[in-house]
Every structure is written in C-alpha cells, then in structure tokens.
Design a protein around this ligand. Structure first.
Ligand code: 3PG
Ligand code: MG
Length: 403
C-alpha cells in the first residue's frame, strides 16, 4: 500500500490531487455541526498536500441523499469548518463533476483547496451496478492526476469515490487511513492481554459478526446499551418494554455457550436504570437486571454495573469500545457511558492501548466533555472498524493494495 509519504517524496507541486475524506458529520436542525471530529481528522493529510504545493480537490459525502441534489445534505457546513481549521479558503463547487466543479479545479493555484459537492448527489457514487459506478469514477478521475484515499469511515463501502476511482488513478493511502489501520492491526495481531471489549448500542443484529469474531480474540466482553436486553432475555430474564430483538435470542444463547467453552468472560449488567418512557423526564429507578418491571424500559446500565465494568477494565492492557451504554443524550441515562469513558481514560493513563470505535461512541465521549487525547485512539469509522475486526475484506483498503 503506497502512502502519503511516498507521494510527497515523489513531489506533488502543481499536481491535482483528489482526496477522498469522510466529512459525514452530524448536523443539528439549523445545519450546525455538532461533532467536527471527522473534519479535524481530515486536516493533516490535506495540509501536508497543500504545504507541498499540490492542488487539492476534496471529495466526500454527507448523509444518505438518494442520488440527486438536496439542499439539506450540502457539504457547505463541512467546507466552512475545514476552511476555518486550515486557515484557508475552501471553495465548494455547486456540483460534483459538472461545469462548476471543472471550472473550480481548473482555477486552482498550487497549494489551494477546492471541494466537490456531496458525492451522493450523483447516483453513480453508491450504485450497485459496476458500470454506473465506474462511469462516475471516470468523471471524478478526470478532475485529478493522483488519488489519495483518506476517508477511513467509508473504506467498507464499495463506492465510486472509495473503490472504483482508485483503479483509474495512481493511488495512495492518506495519513488518516494509515493511522486507523495501524491501530486496528494492533488490536487484531497479538493484542496485549487482558484484551477487553465493551460493546453497546441499540441492536445486537448490527454486531453479530463482530461478536462471533471477538469470541475468538478477546478475553472479556462487556455488554451494555440497548443490545443488552437481548442477552438478558437469552439468560431467561424478562425485560419489560426494553429494546429486544426476539429473533436474535437463540443466536445470543449460542454466543453465551461459546464464550463459556472458550473461557471468554462475558460481563452483563446486574442493575439497570429503568424508565416508564423514552424521555429525560420520565419516572426512572435503578432495578435489578433480572427484575425489570413489565411497564418499564431499560435506558442505561445501573451504578453497580458501572462499577463492575470499570473494575474489569482497570487491569486490561488493550480495550476496544464501540457503542454507548445507554441513552446518553439524556442526562438521567448518561452515567453508564460516562463511567466506561472514565475507565478507559484511567486504563490509558496506566499504559493500556484504548480505542474508541467511531460514530456514536466518539460523539458520546466528546459530548460528555472528554478530550480526544485522553484515549489512545478515537476512530473516525464505526462501521469500518467493526467490519475490520470482523475479519472482512474492506473494498476501500484492498483496492489500495493493488497496483
Ligand atoms: C459513516 O458515517 O458511517 C460513514 O461516513 C459511512 O456512511 P454510510 O454508513 O452512510 O455509508
Ligand atoms: Mg454508518
């Protein structure tokens, strides 16, 4: 895999470099970015290129528009934020590969940055039809001399700007993709033990592959979040109105069995914060995990569980965390996620490698007031890092291995 350093060593002055970044940031109703982590993470690669005199063409997606322009999915907020962080103008084209984009790229001076509009405004970007994707990739490739793949959060997608364009231009892994892959390699190739994994989030069905894989590699699995109720049900407990994937109960029973056979410790909460509605001002109490009242829903792990989770992380040498422990966006249900974040911070101070795996978990730690440098690594890719840990081949990475 050729890297950014290889490209810089060849010299890039005056070259048009297409950089695929992941700028898929959460926006509030007014279009204000609520977590700019992905924009910040994209800066070093772009800065290294502009510093070396490249003409940088940044491309990215935002949300899931359906192959046509939609104002609410414009990359304008991301372009503005990137410009602030770079201390330079980032001009946004009005289209992806049309008249506006071509004129903008033609007008770039050495060291300047232009951005294309949301790639998913073009149906070719995400098409399942190879020819349609390749046609769009050819138009993207025509805008540049070289391709730098730096959108780690999308490397698990076989999409035009991630996969196909790399087959049309000399291609290099950007600094962010390199850094993310380095960390994932440390998790999968002989991790320091004990290796503990904390999994949360709403649905167990999103994490089946990764759980199966972690049962082979991790020493401890700590489970919280909405998916925990399917585990509690598999143990024979009633879960009231809590989130439950009834069709996964048998699968989870199999996992519990396998864990026992392999000596993998599965840590489940022993108490739960149970509320009578999904709302910050609903009545809520701490109840035993095996006695959730029929009219209540669990919205966080309880204080006794938070302590037990922290204790199982304290002596870990490697920790991977994906998914919040509860509905942390609402203050009454944030304590479990807060406690796990604090335990990771402690473990980091003690010299453990700690990795926060993308998306919601990254947003959660920042929203709860933690700084990025309190953890070993905060990934920009939730789905991508899970698929990597699952042992899947990621199209955006395998294509970079090819010549
Ligand atoms: C993400 O947010 O997970 C990445 O940006 C990929 O986006 P997608 O899930 O819409 O493909
Ligand atoms: Mg996603």
């Amino acid at each position: 895999m050729r890297t950014l350093d290889d490209l810089l060593a060849n010299g890039v002055r005056g070259k048009r470099v297409l950089v695929r970044s992941d700028l898929n940031v959460p926006l509030d109703a007014d279009g204000t970015i609520t977590d700019d982590g992905r924009v910040r993470a994209s800066v070093p690669t772009i800065e290294a290129l502009t510093g070396a005199g490249a003409r940088v063409v940044v491309c990215a997606h935002l949300g899931r528009p359906k192959g046509a322009p939609e104002a609410k999915y414009s990359l304008a907020p991301a372009a503005a934020r990137l410009g602030e962080l770079l201390g330079a103008d980032v001009t946004l084209a009005r289209d992806t590969v049309g008249v506006s984009a071509r004129a903008l790229v033609d007008g770039l001076a050495d060291g300047q940055v232009a951005m294309l509009e949301n790639l998913r405004f073009n149906a070719g970007e995400t098409s399942k039809d190879d020819a349609e994707r390749q046609a769009f990739a050819r138009e993207l490739a025509a805008l540049a001399d070289v391709f730098v793949s730096d959108g780690f959060g999308v490397v698990h997608r076989k999409q035009a700007s991630v996969y196909d364009v790399a087959q049309l231009l000399p291609h290099y892994a950007g600094g962010l993709v390199r850094a993310e892959v380095d960390v994932l390699q440390r998790l999968t190739q002989d991790p320091q033990r004990p290796y503990a994994v904390v999994l949360g989030g709403a649905k167990v069905s999103d994490k089946l592959g990764v759980i199966a894989n972690l049962l082979q590699t991790a020493d401890r699995l700590l489970i919280g979040g909405g998916m925990v109720f399917t585990f509690l049900k598999a143990q024979g407990h009633e879960v009231g109105k809590s989130l439950l994937e009834a069709d996964q109960v048998e699968v989870v029973k199999g996992y519990l069995q396998q864990a026992q056979e392999r000596g993998v410790e599965i840590v489940l909460p022993t108490d739960i914060v149970a509320a009578d509605a999904f709302s910050a001002d609903a009545a809520h109490d701490v109840v035993a995990a095996d006695a959730i009242p029929a009219d209540r829903m669990g919205l966080d792990i309880g204080p006794e569980s938070a302590k037990a989770f922290a204790a199982r992380l304290a002596d870990a040498r490697t920790v991977f965390w994906n998914g919040p422990m509860g509905a942390f966006e609402m203050a009454p249900y944030a304590a479990g996620t807060q406690a796990v974040a604090e335990a990771l911070v402690e473990a980091t101070r003690g010299g453990a490698l700690t990795v926060v795996g993308g998306g919601d978990s990254a947003a959660a730690v920042r929203q709860l007031g933690f700084a990025d440098d309190q953890f070993g690594h905060i990934s920009t890719g939730g789905g991508a890092s899970l698929e990597y840990l699952e042992g899947k081949a990621l199209p955006g990475l395998t294509v970079l291995e090819q010549d």
